[in-house]
Design a binder for this molecule. Structure first.
Ligand code: URA
Length: 440
């Protein structure tokens, strides 16, 4: 086989066979296929796409390029969750303990923040003492004991994706549905859970800016999961506006605990409950309606919150900060943002608000920059809210006035205040199952 011939075939819109795709992935990981040839292939895929079969075969070859985690030491059905990334998206911290409290099993490997979007591992590391790197044995035993453990990605999981993603990043080939789908799903397949719930975000703060693209990506990923024998469902959720009121690592942990204690903001609570009910449905706990009731009950009776506290203690963390958020280290500088006019907030550019959080210190400017866990924003007014000139619409938290001033400017640019109340936007746009899309 020659890479030149495979590039030529894809350039003319041909279909690559399973054998060809596997040869290509293995050769690339082994360093036998150079970056320049793989770059040409990625661009040919970007222009000509891939069939569903090709995308599934590519994903399986990528998942097989490294270790596959064997979760058989954990009793019961395991369900994984993946979000395509957002601003203020802390739903894993909420739905994982809900699912565990209702008898599901969540053995989850999460990632760090990327660009303007946050990552679950960074949020968990804001809890003093919490260890995200633990042995496999300890990981399994915590899931067996309390139903959930969330750790950082470890081992040699889908190395083909690591290498391909780095190349896509510098060859303008990230935004291709088959390439995004194979990248995400190769890691999910390698992570070993029986079922997968996907949260595909759409809107200004998301990869997929339009609903149609988000549905197409969801359908592709659901088909890959099902094709590989994993029950897979996707929800398409809004990321035009940040989710909840808090952005930043310890701020998001505190807000998640509010939701788990039944006093969180409506949007975050509702999206988290819909994700949790679908995870419970996937592991066979009942109909969607029954799973919804179970999830709500686990908040009402405190079991989801206590499950999260138990997991945190087992992973070395101090649960005092979960019970009382004022015990988190606090930011030295606070900057209040005032409305510049009377009216309604008619748009919030989630991506720009995510960038403001990075400027404040809540995300990384470069791959190795340290994170300030106390940094971030609390939004006092959101999309659709009425505001009066000079109302405080947000508070920024950081360690220097210089960072605060730069982020304040970005925040002002991100917000539009108009005279007409804007239409209500759905929180969840659609649910995608094998061969079925329901739009709400
Ligand atoms: N997240 C991933 O893991 N891969 C992509 O290609 C895009 C988002």
């Amino acid at each position: 086989m020659r890479m030149y011939d495979l590039i030529t075939k894809k350039k003319h819109g041909g279909t690559l066979t399973a054998e060809e795709l596997r040869w290509m992935v293995e050769g690339y990981v082994a360093g036998e296929i150079p970056d320049y040839q793989m770059s040409a292939m990625l661009m040919a895929i970007w222009f000509n796409g891939m069939t569903a079969q090709e995308t599934t075969e590519l994903t399986i070859a990528m998942a097989d390029s490294g270790d596959r985690v064997d979760l058989s030491a954990i009793a019961g059905k395991k369900v994984d969750k993946h979000s395509t990334g957002g601003v203020g998206d802390k739903t894993t911290l909420i739905c994982a303990p809900i699912v565990a409290a209702c008898g599901g099993r969540v053995a989850k490997m999460s990632g760090r923040g990327l660009g303007h979007t946050g990552g679950t591992v960074d949020k968990l590391e804001a809890i003093p003492g919490y260890e995200t790197a633990i042995s496999r044995e300890k990981f399994f035993s915590i899931v067996n004991e309390c139903g959930v453990s969330v750790i950082g990605q470890s081992g040699n999981l889908a190395p083909a994706d690591k290498k391909l993603y780095a190349l896509r990043d510098v060859t303008a080939t990230v935004d291709s549905i088959p390439l995004i789908a194979s990248s995400i799903m190769s890691k999910k397949l390698a992570a070993g859970s029986d079922c997968i719930l996907l949260d595909v975000k759409t809107g200004s703060g998301a990869f997929m800016k339009t609903l149609d693209d988000a549905i197409a990506l969801a359908q592709t990923m659901v088909a890959i999961g099902e094709g590989a024998g994993r029950r897979t469902v996707a929800l398409i959720t809004d990321m035009d506006t940040p989710l909840g009121l808090g952005i930043g690592n310890s701020i998001e942990v505190a807000e998640s605990m509010d939701v788990l204690r039944g006093k969180g903001p409506h949007d975050l609570t509702e999206v988290s409950l819909q994700l949790a009910e679908n995870m419970l449905y996937l592991v066979g706990k009942g109909t969607i309606e029954e799973c919804r009731r179970m999830a709500e009950q686990s908040i009402a009776d405190g079991s989801a919150f206590e499950t999260f506290c138990t997991m945190v203690r087992r992973q070395g963390g101090d649960d005092a900060v979960l019970r009382d958020a004022s015990k988190f280290p606090q930011a030295a500088v606070q900057v209040q943002i005032h409305a510049h006019a009377d009216g309604y907030i008619t748009s919030m550019d989630a991506e720009k608000i995510g960038e403001a959080s990075v400027v404040l210190g809540a995300g990384r400017e470069t791959k190795d920059s340290p994170i300030d866990f106390a940094a971030g924003l609390i939004l006092h007014k959101k999309y659709g809210d009425a505001v009066k000139s000079d109302d405080v619409i947000a508070t920024l938290y950081t360690d220097s006035t210089q960072r605060g001033d730069s982020a304040a400017q970005l925040y002002h640019e991100a917000i539009t205040i108009g005279t007409e109340k804007p239409p209500v936007r759905p929180l969840v746009y659609a649910r995608v199952e094998k061969d079925k899309v329901v739009r709400y």
